[in-house]
Every structure is written in C-alpha cells, then in structure tokens.
Design a protein around this ligand. Structure first.
Ligand SMILES: Nc1ncnc2c1ncn2[C@@H]1O[C@H](COP(=O)(O)OP(=O)(O)OP(=O)(O)O)[C@@H](O)[C@H]1O
Ligand SMILES: [Mg+2]
Length: 289
C-alpha cells in the first residue's frame, strides 16, 4: 500500500488492485497522473492544506469530498499548478509543478483539463470559441474538423446547437456543461471537475455522470471530481477521499465508506448536525483572509 495513501481509518483499503472491479485501474505509483506529497498551502492567514498526501491512479474516478471551505478547490488548483503550494510537492504526470518552467508547466496542463466551479468561460467569446479555444491553439485541425470536434463535445453534454450563444445567454447549468465540453475538447488524459453536478438537474447530472464513466471505460481517462454531495460522489467513483483539517482523513472505495464506523466519516455521510465535524468551527470561519 502506498504510504501516502495510508488511511487513518485502517479498514479502508487503498490499493487499486484491492477489488475496485474495473480493468482500467492498473497504475502503480510510477505512472500515477497526480500525486500529492506532504502538500501545504497557506492562503491569507489560513493554512488550508497541512501536509496532504494523495495519489490519483491512472484510469480511476476519484472523488474528493469535504465541508465547504475545507480546501477542495485549492487542492485542485495545486494539482494543476494554478496555485503554488507553500510546501510539499504536487506531481503532475510525475513532474513537480513547482519546479518546472512555464513552458513545461503549460505542456503538463494541456494533458490535464479543468472544469472550474464557476465554469469560468471567456465572457467575450461565443460557446464555439470557448470550446474551440485550446484545440485551435494546440492542435492542427482544419475548420471542418474543428467544427466537428466542438459539435461532438457539446452534444456529449446535451448542448448541441448552442455554438453561437454568448456565455451571458446561458443558465448556470448550461455554462457548467460548456465548461465541461471545453475541457473535453482538449482530449486530455486527466480531467479535474470542481463540483460538476452543481446547477444541474438530476437528468443532466445523469448525462454528465455517464460522460465521465464513458471516458473511463472507453479511453481509460482519469477523473478527479470535487463534490459536496456524498451520495453522488460515492455513486460515480471508484474511490473517494474525505478532506478534513487540511489532510485526507480517509480514502477508499465507496463500499468501504458506507461500511466505515469512523465517527467523522459517518457524520459526513449521514449529514448529521452533531459530531466531530461540527465540534470544531467551520474551516476558515472567523479568520481574516
Ligand atoms: N485567494 C484566497 N486568499 C485567501 N484565502 C482564500 C483564497 N482562496 C480560498 N481561500 C480560503 O481557503 C479556504 C479553502 O477555500 P476553497 O475554495 O479551496 O474551499 P472549498 O473546499 O473548495 O469550498 P467550497 O466547497 O465552498 O467550494 C477557505 O477558507 C477560503 O476562504
Ligand atoms: Mg470549491
């Protein structure tokens, strides 16, 4: 068992070969697309990540859950080099994102798509231009091939025929789906989704879930999904991790999460107002930033 994945709750196994039941999960430490080792991050006066260890294995869907303000989005930003950690290492495809130069970092980032919590579309560009943005810059596609690529990715997320719309004309859920299509259009090896289900109705959520699963099953794509929604996260993932107090408190398979008697995890799963999660103040509460 990799040391950095050693869960605090001993009953939660973490080895990919420990019965995840999908053939795509084959990686060991060496070809793990993402690995965090002793990751630390200060933001303002708040130490958000406090020596966090986590390995994302090739071909798996890994959910990261945690209370609001616990540092999930910050962790994704560290993983992709958008934020520089104050300590430890974030390895993207085996390279420390803090020690590579800008060109190398950009090359690594092209292999790891990101779906931002707020969709983060380019407001002055149409849906087409948003989705075509990265393939146009980094792939030699003629106009027809580019249009076909954009149409295909939009159709995957139920947004076909919206190429000419501007971001201001989209609902939150529509913008989110265009953000997913934009990440898919680069055909990356890994996609990191920050709350992909936010703003989506159950039917659209199901559509997005089947896209994520389909990419794993057909291409062996690795997905990291940040979510507040325990049921959703556990239903879609091969493994899940609970971020608490700046570290990964537990990581394991969904069935192990459900079976665990760890009080903190149980409170998170049941959503109870009382327990160890609420004995401490909410993360970041009352702190100046
Ligand atoms: N740029 C920043 N400067 C200072 N503090 C920040 C900054 N960004 C985030 N924080 C703080 O870091 C903590 C973690 O924020 P983060 O957005 O990573 O949490 P989160 O788990 O994604 O929350 P949510 O579930 O609400 O999206 C919070 O306390 C937040 O106030
Ligand atoms: Mg967040």
């Amino acid at each position: 068992m990799p040391m950095e994945d050693t869960p605090l709750v001993a009953s939660l196994a973490t080895k990919p070969e420990d019965g995840l039941g999908i053939s795509a999960v084959v990686s060991g430490e060496d070809d793990a697309p993402i690995r965090c080792i002793g990751l630390r991050l200060w933001l303002g006066r708040n130490e958000v990540l406090r020596g966090l260890d986590l390995t994302v294995h090739r071909g798996e869907i890994l959910s990261i859950m945690g209370r609001t303000g616990s540092g999930k989005s910050s962790l994704l930003r560290c993983m992709t080099g958008l934020v520089r950690p104050t300590g430890g290492q974030a390895l993207l495809f085996g390279q420390d994102v803090s020690s590579v130069n800008e060109d190398q970092l950009n090359r690594l980032r092209r292999r790891a798509g990101m779906v931002f919590q707020s969709a983060a579309l380019f407001d002055s560009l149409t849906v087409f231009e948003n989705v075509a943005f990265f393939p146009r810059r980094f792939r030699k596609l003629d106009v027809g091939a580019l249009s076909a690529l954009v149409a295909e990715k939009l159709a995957l997320v139920g947004m076909e025929g919206t190429e000419r719309l501007m971001p201001a004309e989209l609902s939150g859920g529509m913008a989110k789906r265009v953000g997913i299509a934009r990440a898919l259009a680069s055909e990356p090896e890994v996609i990191l989704y920050d709350e992909p289900e936010a703003g989506l109705d159950p039917i659209m959520r199901g559509t997005v879930d089947s896209v994520i699963r389909g990419l794993r099953d057909s291409l062996g794509m690795t997905s990291v999904i940040v979510s507040h929604h325990v049921d959703h996260a556990l239903s879609i993932s091969d493994r899940a991790a609970l971020l608490h107090d700046g570290v990964i408190h537990v990581v394991g398979r969904p069935d192990e999460f459900h079976a665990s008697e760890d009080p903190l995890l149980r409170q998170f799963i049941t959503g109870s107002a009382e327990g160890p999660l609420t004995d401490a103040p909410a993360p970041g509460a009352g702190e100046e930033v």
